[in-house]
Design a binder for this molecule. Sequence first.
Ligand SMILES: [Zn+2]
Length: 54
Amino acid sequence: MPTYSYQCDKCGKRFTRVEPIASHGRRKIACPKCASTRVRQVFHPFFAKTSKKS
Ligand SMILES: [Zn+2]
């Protein structure tokens, strides 16, 4: 199963989840630290330098 990286918009916590492709994107991901569902997927953690801070 693929591993997806996420970052919480609220507290900035980064975490990964292993999900089957069938269920990916079908349910809300909650931050393990603050339980916020304002979480976005991080596609290229190895290129974090190029990501913009908004
Ligand atoms: Zn959080």
